[in-house]
Structure formats: C-alpha cells, structure tokens
Design a protein around this ligand. Sequence first.
Ligand code: PMV
Length: 308
Amino acid sequence: MTAFGPGKVILLGEHAVVYGYAAVAGPLSQGMTARAKPADRCELKVPKGISKHHRQALQRAFERAAQNAGAPCVKVELQSDLPLSMGLGSSAALSVAVAKVLLEAADRAVTPKNVLALAAEMEQEFHGTPSGVDHTTSARNELLLFRRKPGAPNGTAKVLECPKPLHVLVALCGERPPTRATVSGLRERRERWPRRYERLFTEIGRVAEEGAEAIREGDLEALGDAMNVNQGLLAALGLSSPAIEGLLATLRRAGALGAKLTGAGGDGGALIGLFRDPRAAARALARQNIHCFTSQLAGPGGPQEANR
Ligand code: PMV
C-alpha cells in the first residue's frame, strides 16, 4: 500500500490565517510518500538523519494516528522529495500520507473527511495549534481559499478554479527558525500592540480575498501585485530578513509577476515567485546555485484536473 501527501505553498495570508483571516494555499507536485507492509504490529520506520526532537514528535504523531485508525498490523516507511522544515508543509504532507495509508490498511474509507481528521491529530503533535491550512490543502490537493474562525475546531475551504495555468517557482533561502517560535514571537508582539497588529492582519486578509478574485478571473498580474503587497505586510509584521528580501529581488529581476516568502518565514525558508512560465527563471537561478523548483498549483493541466 502506497499513499502520497503533497506539500503546499501559501500564496497569500500566512500568519493572519491563525487569527481567523482568509488565506490562499495550493498543493505542490512534491511531497511525502508513505508505504505500508504487513507486520506483527503497527509501527513506523523512523527515517535516518533526523534530530532527536523531530524523531520524538514523529513517533508521538504516528502513535496517535495509529491508535485512532485501529492500529492495523503494518510497518510504515516514509520517503520525501520535499525540502523539510522550509515552510512547504512537510509535516502536513507526512500526516496526510500516513493517514491515507493507515486508513487503507485498516480497511477504513479513505475519504477526504477521514484523512483530514486523522492528519489533524498528527499536526497537533507537530505544531500545537495550527490553523489547519497546511493539512487541508494537502488532503484536498486543490488550490483553496481557506479560513478558520478563532476557536473553531476546523476551517472551511472553497476550491479556487483558475482559467489560466498558475505556476510558481519555489526558491530556498537557507535554514529558518521553527514555525512554533516564529508564530509565538508574533503572538507576543500582537498582545503588546494589538490595534496596530490587528490592522495589519485585517489588511492581509483583504489582500488574500482580492488575490482569490484575481485567480478566479485568471488575472495573474493582479495576483502578482497582491503577493508583493502581502510581502510588504509580512515585512511590517517583522517576518522578513535581508536574506529573504535579497532573494525576492532576484526573483523579481528574473521576471516574477509577484514574489513573497511562504509559510512562517522569519529568516530563510522558502520563497515563491509567480510566473507565466517559470522555466527560464528556474534555469537562471540554478546557474546562480540557488536551490529552486517549479510547480503548477491550478489551471489547465494542473492538480485539479489530475484529481478528477
Ligand atoms: O511554515 P509552515 O509550513 O509551518 O506554515 C506555517 C503557516 C502559518 O500560517 C504561519 C501557521 C499556521 O498554523 O497556519
């Protein structure tokens, strides 16, 4: 038994989504694969080369999911073609892949609802109180306008259809602080200066909704502008850095219609550029030894068509 969980990029609205505002996120073609083989008990083969902290979190998350799925007698192995801990939803992709394979092994229906519920349990072990945008995007494998009201157990997601192919170039900007630390640092600043930070979150939510409208209309220039403005707001929240801004300038010089950090940011991590066709820019960045790859998030030839 084999199952795949795609990674994700947040096109618009990270961080504000934690406080109930809208975000736009789409699935990557890169992700995590889980393979299950018959065994004496339900167990996980822990990947080599990960830190003690990550190993413990992974074991706890797996045990929680295994118990909820009825502990089918399988040994689960993981494989990734996604950069880890860079803001590309690797823990959510892992949670979705493991949830699918455990449900299948337990002869339970592999429906989006069941996958989401099991993946949410695992994500809580990894992140505490995530907004849910990562595992919802991975489980649905579609470009989504996502929102979760503060305190609500689950978010709501609307599928965003795009009449044009929506391609991003993902570029990596080096190691970054853990999501949990960046989210809690921002929470402290918001508690100290609530009115100013609420204004910035409100504006990010509006930009995400305007970007969603641009996607529905196939207006990539308007979407690119929304991404640039969102990046300015993330910088105002204290989530950017000279290294991030430098690489964003490189993406824009390479022809990006819009560029921003994606995920928790802080310093380093993954950045995205929106391109009509990202191939020439990917080659130009690779020549500068910048680790990057391309992915289509929506539109003709994208993941939504593959789902049907
Ligand atoms: O950097 P990642 O992939 O862990 O994404 C975090 C996204 C946040 O909006 C910052 C947090 C959340 O729970 O949505």
